[in-house]
Design a protein around this ligand. Sequence first.
Ligand SMILES: C[S@@+](CC[C@H](N)C(=O)[O-])C[C@H]1O[C@@H](n2cnc3c(N)ncnc32)[C@H](O)[C@@H]1O
Length: 265
Amino acid sequence: MKKLGRVYLVGAGPGDPDLLTVKAARIISKADVVVFDRLVSAEILALVPKTTRMIPVGKAPKCHPLPQREINRILIHEAAEGRTVARLKGGDPFIFGRGSEEARALAAAGLCVENVPGITAAQGCSATTGVPLTHRGLATGVRYVTGHCRHDRPLDLDWEGLADPDTTLVIYMGAANIAQIASRLADSGLTPKTPVLAVNNATTPSERHLVSDLATIAKDAAAAEFSGPVLFIVGRVVHLYAAVPQCTLPTCFVPFPAHQVDAHV
Ligand SMILES: C[S@@+](CC[C@H](N)C(=O)[O-])C[C@H]1O[C@@H](n2cnc3c(N)ncnc32)[C@H](O)[C@@H]1O
């Protein structure tokens, strides 16, 4: 009987290859096939041995060249042929990464899956900007929230529940809907002066930061003309931006001056 392969669902982190886990680096160096997403950085892909087969399955916003069922089919086919597959995803596979859908499809096909966590964009952005996601006196908790609904349906979030000044909101995939997100949060009770940090291409050489607030983030983000992924951090912790100088600041950053970051600390 043919020996089945195995699929590793591997988190590649936010971009910086030094943020790969040791386990992720070992798996991508030994896999027979690497099936990778659009947000996996070129520097990380360069770590894959030249002899390894590479299959791009990247999805871009509003452009899904490969439907999820086709990605599942590729993973099942490769593993059923006895190969070791590294399914490489940006950040962490289980945070807005559809890793659990792929794991379920593989398990249903009788295949073995191992999950390898990665550093999610929220953690990468927090570390590189020096903005903590919780801080005594500023935020007692943090919520990771999607800023985009499937099939581009209108965002239907629990705005009242999200508008809690003691909680940091981290908004993934929110660039296209930031005007709506900001106004709904303000309408639901957050002060329009609530600070917002946008981080673009975090942990890569093209990283950029923008400090704004709920009232002006939509206008400021549009003017910034970001290219590449953007994450928004909303809440009082953003007052700590630049409070502690970062030793690893990228050379290209801060397109706009930070608003009064010391005043509220
Ligand atoms: C489909 S989600 C994937 C999230 C990923 N699984 C993770 O754990 O980070 C894509 C969103 O993650 C955020 N993101 C991913 N990488 C990023 C980066 N390097 N800088 C800023 N935001 C990033 C952006 O909000 C982007 O729209």
